[in-house]
Ligand binder design. Sequence first.
Ligand SMILES: NC(=O)c1ccc[n+]([C@@H]2O[C@H](COP(=O)([O-])OP(=O)(O)OC[C@H]3O[C@@H](n4cnc5c(N)ncnc54)[C@H](OP(=O)(O)O)[C@@H]3O)[C@@H](O)[C@H]2O)c1
Length: 308
Amino acid sequence: MHAAIITAYDAPPAYGEHPEPVADGENEMVVDVLAAGLHHLTRAKANGTHYTATGAFPLVPGVDGVVRDPQGRLRYAILDDTAFGTFAERTVIDVRRSVLLPEDADPVRVAAAMNPGMSSWVALRRRVSFSEGQRVLILGATGSAGRMAIQIAKRFGASQVIAVGRDATRLKTLRDLGADQTVTFDDVAVAADVDVVLDFVWGAPAADAMLSLLKARADRGAPLNWIQIGSIAGATAPIPSAALRAARLQIVGSGIGSVSPSDFITEFPELAAAVTDGTLDVQARPVALADIARAWDEKTGERLVFVP
Ligand SMILES: NC(=O)c1ccc[n+]([C@@H]2O[C@H](COP(=O)([O-])OP(=O)(O)OC[C@H]3O[C@@H](n4cnc5c(N)ncnc54)[C@H](OP(=O)(O)O)[C@@H]3O)[C@@H](O)[C@H]2O)c1
């Protein structure tokens, strides 16, 4: 069968022949892959920067995808840490890490949306006690995860969603998704009185934004839940200790590990339904898996989805 194959961390995957996968665990099954998204996690595992990287090659990338099971049913599945991913005609899934999808689900939309969508979905559902009427600020709102976070925060009943980004033109388009206010990082203090921050950037931009927000809050005793989700602007952030003393700030992370696999899986069906029924807007672009070497480093605002 064909697959995308990585033989060195500093080279893009090559499309080529690969031995068939074999299911050997009690809950495992070999499935046909229909669509698999190129997420940041996919890249990190493929280029050796993720902490699970073992240095063992060859490696087939791909952390999740929409598949057809041996009974002909459509499923969305996430894989455990494995050298045999979803960027292949067939792969092995653990059925316990998958959910059935309706037959009319669009595999490309679902494969594009589940990883970025799940990031804010579980953060608000599983990492804080979010309640209707709270105000949410999103750092890094112009990306795939940020765009979905706007829609998900609104769906969960946020009274106000403030989208923060660095590109004023892209920011303006976010009002169509439900953002009540759009501001650049420089002006973040105008939106200081929020209850929850969904932070996809971390690094210096997040630290600067945090200080600006805290200084400008009308009531520094009002709780502010800062949920650290992504680190696109830096793995570390220079946060002064005073930030944690001088305001009622609580910083928590959200991702695989701080949210258990079973909690993620419990949330899958509702998110998949919102993606499938078109409630959530998704920017996805299908690409033939055979074109992976060309598309791998493409810079695009859309989520690339490989179709074997
Ligand atoms: N923990 C989880 O469960 C989870 C799940 C999914 C994703 N994530 C993480 O969330 C982050 C965003 O993912 P994504 O899928 O939305 O990525 P994406 O579609 O590539 O979007 C990246 C976003 O980050 C912004 N950005 C990039 N570099 C920046 C910088 N130096 N300063 C400020 N903003 C910057 C981009 O702004 P422009 O529009 O201006 O380029 C864009 O808004 C990634 O780190 C990803 O790994 C975490």
